[in-house]
Design a protein around this ligand. Structure first.
Ligand code: NAD
Length: 260
């Protein structure tokens, strides 16, 4: 149902972002993927997306800490794919430290990548969407847009910021056929999460099952990881015409985490 539409998904060379790109391509959208990684791997993903969508798939290497590169990525999408009709602000990094030990450069990087890049993406995309009287803006926030955990001052600040940005831009675009929402996952099973398991097993002298249940899923009542495809399916729903009345919301998909 997205044939003829184009989408930019930031941070889509891996994890949740890649799942968004795959789901959008499966609906026939042309996609512009973005993020870091092995050039050969990225090219393989790009080619697979083009094949599955029957539409174009492009890769753009814009660094989300660089506003000029974000605006250039939007221009490139507009010139080569049209639109953008759909943008998903998804790139994100994490750093965990007590406030007094938190490296200033890590704070600056998390605010730039997890928060400011979403603002630039929206700022650059809205004029194109207004011109077409149709648009879908989605951000990957987090359960940490609603609640906090120690050691995550930068991440929690950025994700709460995404929730506020979502509400504001939704109000500004409410009569333009544009919806603006964020999705707040709990723990999602991505390579990033999987890679933490062996170290945590060693560090805490725990089995794989103990690390999964007592550490990673400690706050997630379902004791199940959310799957990237499930997050992507929610984004696809938001792109449907039936979802045109959903704007300015923060949608949790967190196995009950924030119900506690
Ligand atoms: P991931 O590490 O698999 O993917 C992050 C993506 O961002 C990668 O493509 C990476 O290359 C890209 N990226 C990092 N820095 C970048 C930069 N400077 N410029 C451009 N791209 C950059 O992580 P993920 O788990 O898929 O996370 C995606 C989003 O979901 C993030 O915003 C994260 O905060 C959020 N999230 C993840 C979880 C989880 O449990 N995995 C839970 C809640 C929210």
């Amino acid at each position: 149902f997205l044939k003829g539409k184009s989408a930019i998904i930031t941070g889509s060379t891996s994890g949740i972002g890649l799942a968004y790109a795959q789901a959008l391509a499966a609906e026939g959208a042309s996609v512009m993927i973005n993020g870091f990684g092995d050039a050969e791997e990225i090219e393989k993903e790009r080619a697979a997306l083009a094949e599955n969508s029957g539409a174009s798939a492009l890769y753009d290497a814009a660094d989300m800490t660089r506003p000029d590169e974000i605006y250039a990525m939007i221009d490139r999408c507009h010139n080569e794919l049209g639109g953008p009709d759909i943008v998903i602000a998804n790139a994100g990094i994490q750093h965990v430290d007590a406030i007094e030990d938190f490296p200033i450069e890590k704070w600056n990087a998390i605010i730039a990548i997890n928060l400011s890049s979403a603002w630039h993406l929206m700022r650059g995309a809205v004029p194109h969407m207004k011109a077409k009287k149709w648009g879908r803006i989605i951000s990957t926030a987090s359960a940490h847009s609603l609640t906090a955990s120690p050691g995550k001052s930068a991440y929690v600040t950025a994700k709460h910021g995404i929730a506020g940005m979502t509400k504001t831009v939704a109000l500004e675009t409410a009569t333009d056929g544009i919806t603006v929402n964020c999705i707040s996952p709990g723990y999602v099973w991505t390579p990033l999460v999987e890679k933490q398991i062996p170290d945590t097993m060693k560090l805490r002298g725990m089995t794989r099952e103990q690390v999964m249940n007592d550490v990673l899923l400690a706050g997630q009542p379902t004791k199940q990881f959310v799957k990237p495809e499930e997050v992507a399916a929610l984004a696809i729903y938001l792109c449907r015409d039936e979802a045109s009345g959903i704007t300015g919301t923060n949608l949790s998909i967190d196995g009950g985490w924030t119900a506690q």
